[in-house]
Design a protein around this ligand. Structure first.
Ligand code: SAH
Length: 255
């Protein structure tokens, strides 16, 4: 009998302690772990010593196969061989994580699939910087956008992922992932689509890690302040950013 299966596991936003207990248990039974660049390397220690650890964060596909297709093929190959395959992804697998595509590939090959949610950086990275994505009386909704395709917004996005700026600019809190390169475009488009140039912005670099850096500014001045910011970073636009000082000092007082 073939007991091979695929378990998609969200690794959480940066700190390895922010994986779920169920995610940790899945790693403990893995025969193979395929992991991303954004999954913390310490998490691999939960896998048994016999487990094969495969870094699919950098590895290009064989013979020029696009990376995602190569990963899908690897998942299927290992699960078909009867192994418990853990696919460890940064944050949550279904938030810009291509988790759905991997499940479709596994299902198409008749492989059993389990999914274990993760703490998404979209919410937790601002949170670890004391910025709530909603706050009573300040923001009653938030939107999360991939800025991956926005850096060169004159060119058509290769994967069809366009930002509808009229929606992005009207969210009480707007969160952009993969936006470091696109920050100048983000700031300009948000202003063009009606957000005040004084709107508060926070850019959180390497959130939930000891190297976390938080840069706070406005749509007007954030680009100049972020010249040396490198990915991964999460961008938050909205009044909630201004709550940070009050929440941060309250937390310190309580400690
Ligand atoms: N599935 C992931 C997101 C994948 S897209 C999740 O749910 O978190 C990758 C983007 O997530 C990065 O470009 C960055 O915008 C954000 N990100 C991931 N880890 C981060 C971290 N430690 N600090 C800041 N942003 C992070």
């Amino acid at each position: 009998m073939n007991n091979g299966r695929l378990i998609l596991v969200g690794a959480g936003p940066g700190d390895p302690d922010l994986i779920t207990i169920r995610g940790m248990r899945a790693l403990q039974q893995a025969d193979v772990v395929l992991y991303d660049r954004l999954a913390h390397p310490d998490l691999l220690a939960y896998a048994p010593s016999h487990a094969e650890r495969i870094d699919v964060g950098k590895a290009p596909g064989k013979g020029g196969t696009p990376k995602q297709q190569h990963i899908n093929a690897l998942l299927v190959e290992h699960a078909r061989a009867g192994r418990i395959v853990v696919r460890l992804k940064g944050g949550d697998p279904f938030v810009f994580g291509r988790g759905g595509e991997e499940i479709l590939a596994a299902r198409a090959a008749g492989i059993a699939v389990e999914i274990i949610p993760g703490v998404t950086s979209a919410i937790a990275v601002p949170e670890m910087a004391f910025i709530p994505v909603t706050h009573r009386g300040v923001a009653a909704a938030f939107g999360v956008f991939s800025a991956h395709a926005a850096a060169d917004d004159a060119a058509p996005a290769p994967d069809g992922a366009h930002i509808d700026w009229s929606i992005a600019a009207r969210m009480p809190t707007t969160i952009f992932l993969m936006g470091v390169e696109a920050l100048p475009v983000i700031a300009a488009r948000m202003i063009e689509h009606g957000r005040s140039a004084d709107t508060a912005v926070a850019v959180i670099e390497r959130g939930a890690t000891p190297e976390q850096r938080v840069i706070v500014g406005t749509l007007q001045n954030i680009v100049a302040a972020c010249a040396d910011v490198r990915p991964p970073a999460t961008i938050v636009v909205g009044e909630v950013v201004q709550l940070r000082d009050a929440l941060n000092s309250a937390a310190v007082l309580k400690a």
